[in-house]
Design a protein around this ligand. Structure first.
Ligand SMILES: C[S@@+](CC[C@H](N)C(=O)[O-])C[C@H]1O[C@@H](n2cnc3c(N)ncnc32)[C@H](O)[C@@H]1O
Length: 165
């Protein structure tokens, strides 16, 4: 029985990791330096609408919310959603920030004027197409580590790429 349960847990874990890898990147947190750079390059101001696609532990969502932006995180890992919601509650930022347990692929992103992603190279071409189609001119993109293919970035600093629609 115990042997069966252990195998079931391993199987479920492997299936979950495969699903996440198909959808995007697995969880690797951005460095504090990268988060600082994302905030600085975005030139975020009060009232901006920010999306973090794959919000992980919510640290980027929290930093943007502290600047007075209206921030939405999309995250498919339920444990990370729970952790980020607890962290947001501790900092009393729920009014400015929300984390949805859902994939960003099926979500219309047109209301956001700042979008940040720490993805993985094989999703970036598809993501470029989606963002160019949905975001309004002037929207800013802060991309950690994996740049968009065949799209000239405006600036690169500490592994963070800045693009504009
Ligand atoms: C590399 S981590 C980045 C986490 C956080 N943004 C940061 O920079 O610290 C990527 C995150 O995206 C999540 N993810 C992957 N594909 C996703 C999708 N399609 N929709 C929502 N979240 C996704 C993963 O679960 C993971 O937490």
């Amino acid at each position: 029985m115990v042997f069966f349960l252990i195998n079931l847990i391993i199987l479920l874990t492997v299936i979950t990791v495969i699903i996440i890898l198909i959808q995007g990147a697995i969880y690797v947190p951005s460095s504090n330096k990268a988060i600082e750079t994302i905030i600085t390059l975005s030139e975020v101001k009060k009232g901006d609408r920010v999306a973090d696609l794959g919000s992980g532990d919510g640290r980027i969502v929290i930093e943007f919310a502290k600047k007075g932006a209206k921030v939405t995180g999309f995250e498919i890992n339920p444990l990370l959603v729970l952790i980020s919601r607890i962290n947001m509650r501790k900092k009393r930022l729920e009014g400015n920030a929300v984390i949805y347990w859902k994939s960003y692929w099926g979500t219309d992103l047109s209301k956001f004027n700042i979008v940040t992603v720490f993805g993985i190279d094989y999703i970036m071409k598809r993501l470029k197409k989606k963002l160019k189609k949905e975001l309004k001119p002037g929207s800013k993109l802060l991309i950690n580590i994996f740049p968009f293919p065949n799209w000239e970035y405006i600036h690169k600093e500490n592994g963070v790429y800045l693009y504009k629609i």
